[in-house]
Design a protein around this ligand. Structure first.
Ligand code: CMX
Length: 450
């Protein structure tokens, strides 16, 4: 079939059975412990959450439904021969677990295109925003404004059966994903780019390319860059801020898990509300906003040291950043312990499309300088670059120079991952993560007894 919802519906019963079996056969086994250190340190590394769409290996990086980024670049359908994958193909993979054919990816493109028009009230609302409102705040606000059309919220009000929840959640998720490029382009044209007229989508273009097109960019390289960008930022397991915040807001009761009867603090917010929660988290400077911070930092380097910078000068600059109590943006990661493959694939794209671009050369030089310095601090667990160290370089090259807009592009992509998982969370009846919190006194007491 080329019908994504039908393909998903066919998968769900088997996966529900699989989960039931997992619980029945292994329910009482411990996946890991939680030490006092981990409880104080934000439950880092405690294996206590189910997330189907991607898995992060600390050494190797992310795999989407079992596929690494280079494998996806090879296997997913493309808009042009030898080019980058289209994100619609990844959406099919994230939702169904299967690599789509070109026809299946094309059907997703068409479904998204049919639902891409923004209601007038959302455009009006965006145009009333204070000119200095951060583009991420505008994104979250526009997503919330769309919530009036939530099919899940309407279905819940009319009392649909819990086994059917996934269906309106799927519809809302597709509606929202379809509209996000239009929202992002409207934010870009109206606010970031001083009131430029909006551009209608090109019906011949795919979802990712249309985002660049509606922002005002038509260069073939830029369209390819946007397809790649929108593919690699989709998902990064469930524990990061944007994924986890989306997941928490949407989570249901434990009693919705097949075979459970005891309930626990649910929220069950629809995809619009929960994705907005994810986006307010993505807007933080140590998470999604880091791509903006990287660009500002690189601009500082160029202003202070110039373009023909030596390794020694760069070293000095990095040390001065650290000594002033700041982080080196674009380096380090909470879980990864090697260079982020999302960095590597963007560096490959730059090598192919912009080998002589000074900002690319500067970024490549930083890769030689920063890790050694971060190692010398003795505390940074991962001294290597993450996804945000490179994305701004590609955007700058094609003329998208407004760095405070970058996280919006990240957010549009992130929708594909977290909303696909959201559909599965409802299909599997997954509950909220509801860890037991303890006071310091309670921890001291328990620790003394161990
Ligand atoms: N520059 C300077 N110091 C750094 C550092 C960096 N790039 N990365 C980590 N450190 C420091 C931490 O601040 C911490 O110091 P303190 O103990 O004094 O607070 C110490 O090293 C240990 O931190 P860690 O366990 O290695 O890293 P965390 O899991 O706490 O934090 C991250 C991870 C990403 C927030 C951190 O590496 C960082 O701030 N990096 C720079 C910002 C950035 O690039 N963020 C984007 C991450 C990707 C994403 O989530 O979108």
């Amino acid at each position: 079939t080329t019908d994504l919802k039908a393909a998903l519906a066919a998968k769900i019963p088997g996966e529900q059975e699989r989960l039931k079996k997992l619980r029945k056969e292994h329910g009482s086994k411990a996946l890991g412990a939680c030490t006092v250190e981990q409880a104080i340190g934000g439950m880092r590394g405690v294996p206590a959450m189910l997330w189907e769409t991607s898995l992060l290996d600390p050494e190797e990086g992310i795999r989407f439904r079992g596929y690494s980024i280079p494998e996806l670049q090879d296997k997913l359908p493309k808009a042009k021969e030898g080019g980058e994958p289209i994100p619609e193909g990844l959406l099919w993979l994230l939702m169904t677990g299967e690599v789509p054919t070109s026809e299946q990816a094309q059907a997703v493109t068409e479904m998204l295109r049919d639902r891409s028009k923004l209601p007038d009230h959302v455009l009006k609302m965006l145009s009333c925003q204070h000119p200095d409102t951060h583009p991420m705040t505008q994104l979250a606000t526009a997503v919330l404004a769309l919530q009036v059309d939530s099919k899940f919220a309407a279905g819940y009000r009319s009392g649909i059966h819990k086994t059917k929840y996934w269906e309106p959640v799927f519809e809302d998720s597709i509606d929202l994903i379809a509209k996000l490029p239009t929202i992002a382009a409207a934010i870009y044209r109206r606010a970031v780019h001083a009131g430029l007229a909006l551009i209608e989508a090109d019906p011949k273009l795919d979802w990712g390319a249309n985002l660049a097109y509606m922002m005002g960019y038509t260069d073939e390289g830029c369209l390819e860059m946007m397809r790649l960008y929108q593919t690699i930022h989709t998902d990064h397991e469930g524990g990061n801020v944007s994924a986890h915040a989306t997941h928490l807001a949407s989570a249901g009761r434990r009693s919705l898990l097949p075979g459970r009867t005891d309930a626990s603090s649910p929220a069950l917010s629809d995809p619009y509300l929960s994705f907005a929660a994810g986006m307010t988290g993505l807007a933080g400077p140590l998470h999604g906003l880091a791509n903006q911070e990287v660009l500002r930092w690189l601009t500082d380097v160029r202003q202070q040291v110039g373009d023909n910078v030596t390794k020694e000068q760069l070293s000095e600059f990095v040390w001065s950043t650290l000594k002033s109590g700041k982080v080196v943006p674009g380096f380090g990661h909470a879980v990864l312990r090697k260079t982020d493959p999302r960095y590597t694939c963007q560096a490959g794209f730059a090598q192919k499309h912009m080998p002589e671009y000074p900002l690319f050369k500067l970024t490549a030089l930083l890769y030689q300088v920063v890790p050694d310095i971060l190692k010398q601090t003795g505390k940074v667990k991962n001294p290597y670059p993450n996804v945000d160290a490179h994305s701004g370089v590609l955007l700058q090259y094609y003329g998208i120079t407004e760095e405070n807009f970058y996280t919006v592009l990240f957010g549009v992509s992130r929708a594909l991952g977290v909303l696909s998982q959201g559909v599965w969370s409802r299909a599997l009846g997954l509950p909220i993560e509801r860890p037991k919190s303890l006071t310091m006194a309670a921890m001291e007491e328990r620790a003394l007894q161990l």
